[in-house]
Design a binder for this molecule. Structure first.
Ligand code: ZN
Length: 859
């Protein structure tokens, strides 16, 4: 029955009173009627073994009654493993909140007894086309925690596979290893379940205005630090992704499913729009995804469920769960169930029940397994052919290797290499000096990634530069070149240079008897060392000029922002702690026995400014973009060790800002900040506060009125007043919109490394650009440390008009106001936690913002 309350009594008598009473009673119990026992989600020929406990027998309620909590899911899966010889469980890792990440493996009892040898045989089959090893299908549920119907379906699917005595299931399990990841994002799942269950009423509320349909900030979509885990498959910033990728490569599934909820349409299953498949993904991948379509269609048609395919969604960004597998020899498939938050939700095509959403994910899981089983040889052949195709692609690539230099920051480079390692991409240390693309790569300071390797396809996907596209519409970002994100030099080599496997890095440590310790600011770990030193009460001074010192064996040059710790300035009881901080971090510390320099100011001059401890306040809550708030939280908490005081925007007016050194405002909508609060913020800045704003917050900051009268409310539309745009065809709207949308591309910027906000940078850096924010130019010629170049596009899609708008425009502005500073970023320099090459700009505004001095030229 489609979207109807089952078991609703049908009345045909004329007794109106009885009819009314029955109706009222039926409405009162309707919530209970919305749930149904697990067996009703399963095929009628399931022939379920009563000895294997159903989900409701363990939960105490039927699927659909409540949103399942992760501990309940874990407990049920362990019960299944205990009761059924077909089920085994491995804990693959833990979330930030220490919730176990489960891998539930279901296969025949015989297969369970030799799982490891089957896994090996399967991996060998992927190389030698032997199809005798079992098919491996991985079902992954609810990476977005508030799209919970997937995780709520997973116990029913697992129970079916563990308990069914049908011949079909027995044969399926004989030939297939089924890996169930019941909850890809347990922290988000629980945040949503708590919200949903807390707002649950016995009488179902289908009205979308109801609280249950409108989550509080932040939603359960994201993980603990509010990151979208379905964008983290390539960048692996988080433990959930790292654990999953390890297992992905251990098992290399033939098919991997990705169960979501979204929108109001019918159920979507991939393929998406064929022209929006990433060109590095093979055409055969699309065909094998299509091969499952008849199974899904049959299942949904017989249930009378609405569905669609090859529309709306793309298969482009490899950081997503349905796309990453496609460049690794698997078939990743996205499933999108229409969104339902409460027990039932009103929509145009009829009420949608949560049980129906669960049922659809069960249907889709089973049709995937059926199609995979019936075409298992085809899927196995596809995988073996994929690696052959990548081998052919590698041999016609036209070059032999990539070389990536450390850019004088070996720790940052090693972090990127570590990422490659997690993705099974092979690399070696450069053993001989190489010149390429006008750059010099030095032995021991560069890595070589040979083209001739099994993971060539993925390496190409992570390092390619692309500015031409068949389709200009992108569901997410259009570029993610990892060497650019890390701001590391890279080149292609036509011939493989001499390499070695030596990857050890040595750091110079602090000599306890030195007069001065100096740390170059361009090292990845310099900020965390600075933060730890400040917390330990050390006196740390930052250079505002370049300088050189002779260490006895030669001159060492240091740039602006270098940290100087004069041992004579430190309190005696802190020396040991300071040495521990310096020597227990992967960082180069130079020790000198004199304050005399050979070039630039001496260490005792006022060109070295004392760095003050920071106490930032991060604005969060409704209005701020939760992803961006999460990225700032993560950066402070995990990367810098700065205690993040997060305050909801609604509480801001009750707080004395003078207790804080910085006000951090991420992208968001701040129009609700009233005039009084805005004036409070202005006064706080003029008293010495540092306001750091990104994107929407930067635009908002441009409307603050400061004492000096530098106050320009938005003058949008003035230039175009009176002019009307040329007429366009109505049907061209989507294309025109795509041309004006910057979904995420990589652009080039010029950096003024003499400005404190740009300390640690050379002349040019790649920046991530998303959205079309343009900063209002500063009247002050010294206030724009970062500016987009004239032809900024490095990789990805930006329409012509948008590109010309940003040409030569400011990317970062830092203006003094009174004793304080306002920093405006046109784009997010800490995007998704993997833009390690640009994060320093934001970090600089924390530690070096106070160093920006007044730069008013005399009249
Ligand atoms: Zn989703």
């Amino acid at each position: 029955m489609l979207h109807d309350i089952e078991c609703m009594p049908v009345l045909d008598n004329t007794d109106n009173v009885m009819r009314l009473i029955t109706l009222v009673l039926s409405l009162l119990v309707s919530a209970a009627l919305l749930a149904k026992p697990s067996a009703e989600y399963l095929p009628s020929d399931a022939n379920l073994d009563a000895a294997i406990p159903s989900p409701e027998s363990q939960l105490g309620w039927e699927p659909g009654d409540w949103r399942i909590q992760h501990p309940q899911l874990v407990q049920y899966m362990y019960t299944l493993a205990e009761k059924s010889p077909r089920v085994s469980i491995k804990e693959t890792g833990r979330t930030y909140q220490q919730k176990p990440l489960l891998q539930v493996i279901i296969t025949s009892e015989e297969n369970q007894s030799k799982l490891e040898s089957l896994r090996q045989a399967h991996l060998e089959g992927a190389s030698n086309s032997d199809t005798s090893a079992p098919l491996v299908v991985w079902l992954g549920y609810s990476v977005h925690g508030d799209e919970a119907s997937g995780s709520n379906a997973s116990p029913i699917v697992a129970w079916y596979l563990a308990a069914s005595r049908s011949e079909y299931v027995k044969n399926l399990l004989k030939n297939t290893v089924i890996i169930i990841d019941p909850s890809l994002n347990p922290d988000g799942l629980d945040r949503f379940a708590t919200w949903s269950n807390s707002n649950h009423s016995i009488t179902s509320v289908g009205d979308r205005n109801g609280r249950i349909h409108n989550q509080d900030w932040p939603s359960g979509r994201t993980n603990h630090y509010l990151f979208d885990l379905n964008r983290d498959w390539l960048t692996l910033v988080h433990p959930e992704s790292r654990a999953r990728i390890t297992e992905f490569h251990r098992w290399l599934p033939h098919i991997i499913t990705d169960h979501h909820e979204t929108g109001d349409d019918g159920f979507f299953f991939q393929p998406g729009v064929p022209t929006r498949q990433h060109p590095l993904t093979t055409a055969e991948n699309l065909e094998m995804t299509r091969a499952l379509v008849p199974y899904h269609a049959e299942s949904f048609d017989s249930a009378g469920e609405m569905y669609f395919t090859e529309d709306t969604y793309d298969d482009f960004f490899y950081g997503k769960g349905s796309t990453y597998p496609d460049i690794n020899g698997s078939i990743g498939i996205l499933y999108e169930q229409p969104r339902v938050n409460g027990a039932v939700m009103k929509r145009d095509s009829g009420p949608l029940e949560f049980t129906e959403a669960i049922h659809n994910h069960v249907r889709m899981s089973l049709s995937t397994l059926k199609g995979a089983y019936e075409q298992s040889d085809e899927f196995k052949k596809y995988q073996a052919n994929f690696f052959k195709a990548m081998q052919r692609r590698a041999s016609s690539a036209g070059f032999d290797a990539w070389v990536i230099g450390d850019g004088n920051d070996p720790v940052k480079a090693r972090e990127l290499m570590d990422l490659f390692k997690r993705h099974q991409i092979e690399f070696q240390t450069l053993d001989t000096e190489v010149k390429a693309d006008g750059q010099i790569f030095k032995p021991g300071h560069a890595w070589v990634i040979p083209v001739d390797q099994r993971q060539f396809g993925l390496a190409q996907a992570m390092l390619e530069v692309r500015t031409k596209f068949e389709d200009n519409t992108f569901y997410d970002v259009s570029a993610w070149n990892l060497a650019m994100a890390y701001n590391l030099p890279i080149a292609k080599l036509s011939r493989l240079p001499s390499t070695s496997s030596n990857t050890a890095a040595n750091f110079s440590t602090a000599d306890p008897d030195a007069v001065a310790w100096v740390i170059s600011w361009n090292q990845l770990n310099a900020p965390v060392v600075l933060q730890n030193l400040l917390e330990a009460g050390a006196v740390v001074r930052a250079s505002t000029k370049p300088f050189s010192i002779n260490n006895g064996s030669g001159e060492v040059r240091f740039g602006e922002g270098s940290l100087v710790i004069l041992t004579g300035l430190q309190e005696d009881d802190k020396a040991g702690k300071i040495l521990d901080i310096l020597n227990q971090t992967d960082i180069d510390v130079h020790s000198f026995n004199s304050q005399l320099t050979t070039n630039g100011p001496g260490l005792g001059t006022s060109h070295f400014k004392k760095v003050k401890p920071v106490k930032p306040l991060l604005i969060t809550g409704r209005g701020t973009r939760s992803y961006d708030a999460g990225e700032a939280w993560f950066q402070l908490d995990r990367r810098l060790g700065v205690a993040p005081v997060m305050v909801d925007i609604s509480r801001l007016r009750t707080i004395d800002l003078h207790d804080y050194t910085h006000l951090l405002m991420v992208n968001g909508r701040y129009a609700d900040i009233g005039k009084n609060l805005k004036q409070t913020i202005a006064s706080w800045v003029e008293d010495g506060g540092i306001l750091v704003t990104i994107q929407g917050a930067a635009t908002w900051a441009e409307s603050i009125c400061f004492e000096n009268g530098d106050c320009n409310e938005s003058k949008k539309g003035e230039d175009t007043a009176g002019t009307k745009p040329d007429a366009m065809a109505y049907g061209d709207f989507d294309d025109q919109r795509a041309q004006r949308t910057i979904g995420g591309a990589i652009v080039e910027a010029r950096v003024d490394g003499t400005h404190p906000i740009a300390y640690g940078y050379d002349s040019q850096i790649p920046l991530f650009r998303k959205g079309s924010t343009l900063l209002k130019a500063s009247e002050n010629p010294f206030a724009t440390p970062v500016r987009y170049t004239e032809k900024p596009l490095l990789s990805g899609y930006i329409g012509e008009q948008r590109l010309s708008e940003m040409s030569g425009q400011p990317a970062v502005i830092a203006e003094r106001q009174g004793k304080g500073l306002v920093v405006r970023f046109a784009n997010n320099p800490i995007f998704r936690g993997f833009w390690r090459g640009s994060e320093r700009l934001w970090v600089n505004s924390l530690y070096f913002g106070p160093l920006v001095r007044s730069t008013e030229l005399p009249e």
